[in-house]
Design a binder for this molecule. Structure first.
Ligand code: ZN
Ligand code: ZN
Ligand code: ZN
Ligand code: ZN
Length: 750
């Protein structure tokens, strides 16, 4: 028997139509088992373990009445609940005896003397914890989690191309009399990015076997460009005369024509041929799944609120990916100590090496880990005695938030806050969208069914994490731009280059006196296509921003058609750059602010360079308000300089500016942005001609990362710092003026 395809195992796809290896890698989702051949899979699904799992015989759960763990799955749980000791305790406590099984005791991750393993969904005695981590059972769960991560990456939509349905095309259960002549299903590919040129290269079955019951018809779309806004359908056919489970994978290969970059999206296809009644009977009868109890009671029903007009102020055309935290990451992050988590993430989900191929998945994983922590951090602001007052327009409810002024918690327009009136149904919450933020209170708007409020009512209050900035980072990391010269530059990318010596006459006379700054400007002006990022670094107060501003002006002097995107991690840093460029006209310079910001935050000097859009605040009162937005496309395209924060820079891709639109991308204070934040502008907008310039201080405090696991895995190492750790940026290298320039305080700067 030939070996299993290595690429399939490590990336979720094969990608080689001539590959001679086996491709029958199967998984049992019910048991969380990876099967390395069809034969192994067949023996698994008829085996004892699989059948026990279907009956729910193996789970351990926690009884809140008896305060103890109950092993043996669904059957022994019902025996336990029916038993005398349990019934007696319930009666003594005055609670109904038919409690639900919990995965863990309340308010702690594992009972005393136990460690919780989120991967195996089990509490393990502390003394056998290290033994458990090396047990074959646990190792198998790690393997499964690793496989899930690979599948997640292979099946996710990428580079603005979506294929529906997501993940699996399931044709259901169909009798063999119907499948004899063949049953059909349809997958639809779409290009969601205007002006991008995506070629449909191929659609192939992974099985590659001649006796597969599946066939694909993609003749109408293969070799064609995916037109934005138009469906590209692919027909899948299954023809079988005998009963059985039929599963295969389809590998879709696309190419970004401008980037000459290919990428793969995988879809599973599934069909059961047989008698529907028989299969219905064989399905797991008691879906026995004890639930994980977090400190927060679960939200069983949330009445959606009314989004503020700010939400629609920017005319986005590309949709953000939902990018929910994958189960495998959630379960690893629920396993043991920080050290265990770090090891577990390294052994399972995180790609083994960080390189061009794994870059996106690597940082997506770190983002999710950090998100988990951010979610938990918000729980400390939960309120149990919240008060609401209806404002004069009788449209918004004002909620007083202690610590609002100190940004503890930080609340922005567009965020969501859940409230629950005391005494109302447990698990039922009303979602309030934040429409405005004042000094001490926020204005919320609820679903129209939120009625009957009186000033005496008290509420439970929960703050929800705003996932939009995270989803923007995921969107950028889903892009297939692989430019090695941008992300993993090495010596051959700068072979034969010398520090440029051209004559530059600076606008800012102080710079003329500073050789290092002059060198930086000469170097930036001389950057060629496929240049590695140029780094301007140095301690605070040595004129890095002055240098960047001068470089931007010199670029425009030499090329009046240049288009520059200048970003920084914070609004204040972005304001600093923009306010030094106000010698340009309103047709040349644009300072973009997110619609959630308010005008009072804008420095006077920059007011002429923003764009606002009037949105209706209240239809009845016909009141209007201005929100920050972007001007119409024709005008947006003409700006020479657009300044924004790193995260807000996603607006360019979001409203449909074409990749390659910007000749230069600057990131100032780059040492304080996480790599995913820095990637937003670069991954969504750069092509081979785009020049990337980073400035900052790698020795200063890096980006703030809350989760110790994410820190251990170096999410707090900025893109700038990672670059500077590589050989060609080393201060000991002879590459000054080629890859880097170090500003120093030779001259005191104002
Ligand atoms: Zn292969
Ligand atoms: Zn199974
Ligand atoms: Zn009990
Ligand atoms: Zn385990």
């Amino acid at each position: 028997m030939p070996a299993l395809c290595r690429s399939l195992r490590t990336t979720g796809f094969c990608g080689n139509s001539a590959c001679q290896h086996r491709h029958d890698l199967r998984i049992c989702e019910i048991c969380s088992v990876v099967c390395t051949s069809d034969a192994v899979y067949k023996s698994h699904i008829t085996g004892k373990r699989h059948l026990a799992q279907i009956r729910g015989d193996s789970a351990t759960s926690y009884c809140t009445v008896c305060a103890k763990m109950v092993g043996g799955g669904a059957r022994s749980w019902s025996m336990h609940v029916a038993g005398r000791p349990h019934q007696k305790k319930a009666a003594n406590q005055g609670v109904p005896p038919n409690v639900q099984p919990e995965l863990l005791p309340p308010s702690e991750s594992a009972p005393d003397g136990y460690q919780h393993c989120g991967l195996c969904n089990k509490n393990i005695r502390t003394e056998s914890w290290s033994l458990h981590l090396s047990s074959s059972k646990h190792q198998k769960m790690q393997k499964y989690a690793a496989h899930q991560a690979v599948i997640g990456e292979a099946t996710k939509d990428k580079h603005g191309v979506t294929i529906s349905p997501e993940e699996v095309l399931n044709l259901g259960i169909i009798s063999s009399s119907e499948t004899r002549s063949g049953v059909e299903g349809r997958l639809v590919a779409k290009n969601t990015v205007p002006l991008s040129r995506i070629m449909f290269v191929s659609a192939q079955l992974i099985s590659k076997s001649r006796n597969t019951p599946w066939s694909i018809d993609a003749t109408a779309v293969v070799g064609e460009l995916l037109v934005h806004g138009r469906d590209s359908p692919i027909t899948i056919k299954c023809k079988s005369t005998h009963d059985g489970h039929f599963e295969d994978r389809v590998e879709f290969v696309f190419e970004d024509v401008a980037l000459k970059q290919q990428f793969v999206i995988v879809r599973f296809i599934r069909l059961i041929v047989g008698d529907r009644d028989v299969y219905e009977r064989l399905k797991p009868t008691t879906p026995y799944t004890p639930r994980i109890r977090s400190k927060r009671e679960p939200e069983t029903k949330v009445f959606p609120g009314e989004a503020p007009p700010a939400t629609n102020a920017v005319p986005y055309v590309t949709k953000l990916p939902p990018a929910p935290i994958p189960k495998s990451i959630a379960s690893v992050m629920n396993t043991g100590t920080t050290k265990d988590k770090v090891n577990s993430i390294r052994n399972t989900i995180l790609p083994k090496i960080l390189d061009v191929a794994s870059h996106g998945r690597y940082f997506k994983t770190l983002l999710w880990i950090e998100e988990k922590r951010s979610e938990e951090d918000l729980e400390i602001y939960d309120e149990h005695d919240g008060r609401l007052t209806l404002n004069q327009s009788r449209k918004h409810y004002l909620l007083e938030v202690a610590g609002l002024a100190e940004k503890r918690p930080s609340v922005l327009v567009g965020d969501r806050i859940l409230v629950q009136r005391h005494g109302s149904d447990k698990g039922h919450w009303y979602e309030g969208h934040v429409h405005f933020v004042h000094q001490k209170e926020v204005g919320l708007q609820f679903h129209c069914s939120f009625t009957g409020h009186n000033p005496g009512h008290r509420y439970n209050v929960r703050f929800k994490l705003n996932r939009i900035p995270l989803r923007r980072q995921h969107q950028a990391l889903d892009v297939a731009l692989r430019g090695e010269h941008l992300f993993f530059p090495v010596a051959r990318h700068i072979a034969g280059l010398n520090a440029p010596t051209r004559v530059v006459i600076p606008y800012n006379p102080i710079i003329a006196l500073n050789p290092a700054q002059m060198q930086a400007i000469r170097s930036i002006l001389s950057m060629k296509d496929r240049s590695v990022p140029f780094v301007v670094f140095g301690p605070p107060g040595t004129g890095k921003t002055v240098t960047i501003v001068e470089a931007i002006r010199q670029i425009l002097r030499h090329n009046p058609n240049a288009r520059i995107l200048a970003c920084a991690p914070s609004n204040s840093a972005a304001d600093l750059i923009a306010s030094r460029l106000t010698m340009y006209s309103q047709d040349q310079l644009f300072r973009f602010y997110a619609p959630s910001r308010t005008k009072k935050d804008v420095p006077d000097k920059l007011v002429p360079f923003v764009y606002e859009k009037q949105m209706e605040l209240d239809r009845v009162e016909r009141s209007m308000r201005d929100y920050f937005s972007v001007p119409p496309m024709t005008r947006l395209r003409r700006f020479n300089i657009i300044v924004s924060t790193c995260v807000s820079a996603s607006v360019a891709y979001g409203v449909g500016l074409q990749r390659g639109h910007f000749t230069h991308i600057f990131i100032d204070e780059a040492g304080q942005a996480t790599e995913p934040e820095a990637m937003i502008s670069i991954k969504t907008m750069a092509d081979d001609q785009t020049k990337v310039i980073l400035s900052g201080d790698p020795k200063q405090l890096g980006p703030i990362v809350r989760c110790p696991v994410a820190r251990e895995l170096e999410l707090d190492t900025s893109y700038l710092e990672r670059m500077m750790k590589s050989d060609i940026y080393s201060e000991d290298s002879p590459n000054t003026g080629i890859t880097w320039s170090r500003t120093s305080d030779l001259i005191a700067l104002s």
